[in-house]
Design a protein around this ligand. Structure first.
Ligand code: NI
Ligand code: MN
Length: 221
């Protein structure tokens, strides 16, 4: 299983030719490693409706025919009007999928869509479990993820809109994954952070490994 960081909160998970794309914000992100016109996807996961997460979802879904996952009020509300393939679920629910499974996880954040909740995702693909936290503050529910045996946790460290580095260290401690990959930093001036300092803080406590990826870099598991 291969995880590619495309910048901001966007990741591409790939196993056996199946591509899962999360929060594809490319247009307007100077740090994005791929354009919306070139990225490929079979499934797209949207954590919430803010522009830096919904991003280029509709254009990519229309071009590739990818199925887009979102919470029910979002998938059957604004997304349904776009004429794209959607799939829905809601917080706490897990569903089997052709690639493995998806579980909708709580996130403490505005959704940008009236009536919808923001979420994170636990995705199972290629025998690995990846938690994408979405935009969220530190929440006690992350402690439940310890039982999930998460291989890779994708955690925001930017502060201002989400957890900052200190709370992300606490999140890593609660989740106890094999790896953390920091995200949602340096895209805008207000979320400027040094990911190497976060890595040092997590690894000095012996919590887990931290893999800092620049946009375009990958982690193979
Ligand atoms: Ni947001
Ligand atoms: Mn965001």
């Amino acid at each position: 299983m291969r995880i590619e960081y495309l910048g901001h909160a966007c990741f591409l998970l790939e196993h056996a030719g199946v591509k899962l794309l999360i929060d594809p914000f490319m247009t307007g992100n100077q740090l994005a490693s791929k354009t919306a016109e070139e990225v490929e996807a079979d499934y797209i996961f949207v954590t919430h409706g803010h522009g830096d997460h919904l991003g280029d979802t509709y254009a990519i879904a229309k071009r590739t025919g990818a199925t887009v996952y979102a919470v029910v009020e979002f998938a059957e509300g604004p997304m349904a009007k776009e004429g794209i393939k959607t799939a829905m679920g809601n917080i706490g629910g897990r569903q089997k999928t052709p690639f493995g499974s998806v579980k909708f996880f709580p996130a403490a954040h505005g959704s940008g869509v009236p009536g919808a909740l923001a979420c994170g995702y636990v995705l199972e693909i290629g025998g690995k479990k990846v938690y994408h936290a979405g935009d969220t503050g530190l929440i006690a529910e992350m402690g439940f993820l310890a039982d999930e045996k998460i291989d890779v946790a994708l955690l925001p460290i930017g502060d201002f809109f989400t957890m900052g580095p200190e709370d992300a260290v606490k999140a890593a401690e609660m989740i106890a994954p094999e790896y953390v990959i920091p995200m949602h930093y340096n895209t805008f001036p207000v979320i400027k952070q040094d990911p190497e300092e976060f890595k040092k803080a997590v690894e000095e406590k012996g919590i887990c490994k931290v893999k800092v990826l620049n946009p375009g870099q990958t982690l193979e598991l």
